[in-house]
Design a protein around this ligand. Structure first.
Ligand code: C5P
Length: 205
């Protein structure tokens, strides 16, 4: 069983994907964290996020089992991740890892931008999770402030819109729903309601 959960930044797809995996007893992979780790290594070593050679070298040698989630969840790392992620060779370097993860027993839920379109085009279920930009900015702003970042919802909104635009318009693996994806708009749903809607989709009810 493979479940693909895609959507724009801060749409709630990560929370949903993790809960679905727990609920169904499946493995879970947040593929955004891989791109964030690449962005983090680039900045940490003084490279520009758009430095192709450095990004491909990092992506090819990254220890994907040793990703420290907390330090990667900043707006700056998200931006660097999105710039590096627009590179076809960076994406190619981590594609097999994601596919092998998806094939593991007993099955997996993967979330990202291109899971239903590129990484797992034959996934059993595909969800494309959205929410209005304002709702997403409010949710992400609250999260960032809780973790100690001094940032307004307007600043978060500007960051999200810039990143979404880049992710949507890039030439390789752009952010878009697979033709056979179920759209789930969580703008007016709390976490519980969104989870119930996702369970209904994957159980076909
Ligand atoms: O999901 P998250 O916001 O952590 O992802 C960070 C960035 O990584 C995204 O803005 C996107 O550019 C990139 N990404 C991607 N493909 C994925 C997952 C994330 O291009 N499957």
């Amino acid at each position: 069983m493979i479940i693909a959960v895609d959507g724009p930044a801060a749409s709630g797809k990560g929370t949903l994907a993790r809960r679905l995996a727990d609920h169904l007893g499946l493995l879970y992979l947040d593929t955004g964290l891989i791109y964030r780790a690449i962005g983090w290594h680039l900045l940490e070593n003084g490279f520009a996020p758009g430095d192709e050679n450095a990004a491909v070298e990092i992506a090819s040698t990254l220890d994907l089992t040793a990703i420290d989630e907390v330090q990667l969840r900043t707006a700056g790392i998200g931006e660097a991740a999105s710039i590096a992620a627009a590179n076809v060779n960076v994406r190619a370097a981590i594609l097999q890892y994601q596919r092998r993860f998806a094939e593991k027993a007993p099955g997996a839920v993967l979330d990202g931008r291109d899971i239903g379109t590129i990484v797992c085009p034959d996934a059993d279920h595909k969800l494309f999770v959205t929410a209005s930009p304002e709702v997403r900015a409010r949710r992400r702003g609250r999260e960032l402030r809780l973790s100690g970042t001094d940032i307004s919802d307007d600043e978060v909104l500007a960051d999200l819109l810039r990143r979404d635009e880049r992710d949507r318009t890039r030439a390789v693996a752009p952010l878009k729903p697979a033709d056979d994806a179920h759209l789930l708009d969580t703008s007016n749903l709390d976490i519980e309601a969104a989870f119930r809607a996702a369970v209904a989709i994957v159980s076909g009810s």
